[in-house]
Design a protein around this ligand. Structure first.
Ligand code: NAP
Length: 259
């Protein structure tokens, strides 16, 4: 399917690895020029070089922490005006409700709620002015069904979801769509880290932790960054202009809900 976005420009945050990279790769395959970001320069440059070589699109790589004001300023200055924004950052650590104080919540809110909001605040005006834009926020399955050990993530991402629900309807008249993609478990470093927590807590092997988790997923496997990226690229396409303010779950059926 021709996504109809060849030659557009996208900022994809936190995209040297994992789901962000999957989104960047699917956009590159659709002919979109990219601004990529991550903190570690080495992996970021390697990803940028691979996408340039494979897809022939222009790729600018900015090594910066997207959750800091200075990092965002650096990324936004390099990006300039873009047609497509994919927001993403690392997720907060797991724990128990009694572990977390104000500073932990502020960090989580900064990373997973206020950062995507700041990026939208900066880039929506340009999209509105040109009458076309796409925003996709990478959030989490935990927005639909809480993951008890991820209370910091549950809280911050639900806040972002509420913001998007209203804002998406304010910018839709100007041809701009905002939607959220909610990953269930996907085979990335984040999954290794989450499964590592289970290994430590339960005294089991990594293989056993994965086997147990897969048994809870109707698809009986973890998702891949490539299939996640394909959905992201579709939401950014010309075909998705009528999809507004939605929360799309990619979880292999793990969330047991009718709607
Ligand atoms: P990942 O494989 O660990 O990749 C994270 C990417 O983000 C890396 O490129 C990393 O590079 C970059 N990054 C992290 N923090 C950053 C920051 N502050 N500024 C700029 N770049 C940053 O993680 P993932 O699995 O793709 O997860 C992406 C998001 O989806 C996370 O918020 C995660 O919590 C959420 N999620 C993932 C899953 C899953 O199963 N994978 C499920 C639900 C939700 P650097 O470290 O070099 O910065």
């Amino acid at each position: 399917m021709d996504l109809g976005i060849k030659g557009k420009r996208a900022l994809v945050c936190a995209s040297s690895k994992g789901l962000g990279r999957g989104c960047a790769e699917a956009l590159a395959a659709a002919g979109v020029d990219l601004v990529l970001n991550a903190r570690g320069a080495e992996a970021l440059e390697a990803t940028a070089a691979a996408l340039r070589q494979h897809y022939g699109v222009s790729v600018t790589a900015i090594a910066a922490d997207i959750t800091t004001e200075a990092g965002r300023a650096q990324v936004l200055a390099a990006a300039g005006s873009v047609d497509i924004l994919v927001t993403n950052a690392g997720g907060p650590p797991p724990g128990l409700w009694s572990d977390w104080g104000r500073d932990d919540f502020i960090r989580a809110l900064d990373g997973n709620m206020l950062t995507p909001i700041a990026l939208m605040t900066a880039l929506l005006p340009g999209m509105i002015a040109q009458g076309w834009g796409r925003v996709v926020n990478i959030t989490s399955q935990s927005v639909k069904a809480p993951i008890p050990a991820l209370g910091l993530s549950n809280a911050a991402r639900t806040g972002l979801t509420g913001y998007v629900a209203g804002t998406a309807r304010q910018v839709a008249p100007q041809g701009v769509t905002i939607n959220n993609l909610l990953p269930g478990i996907h085979d990335t470093d984040r999954a290794i880290s989450l499964d590592g927590g289970v290994v430590n807590a339960e005294g089991i092997t990594m293989d056993e932790a994965r086997r147990r988790r897969m048994a809870t997923i109707p698809a009986r496997r973890y998702g891949t960054a490539a299939e996640f990226g394909a959905m992201c690229a579709f939401l950014c396409s010309q075909h998705a202009g009528f999809i507004v303010g939605q929360n799309i779950l990619l979880d292999g059926g793990a969330t047991n809900a009718t709607i």
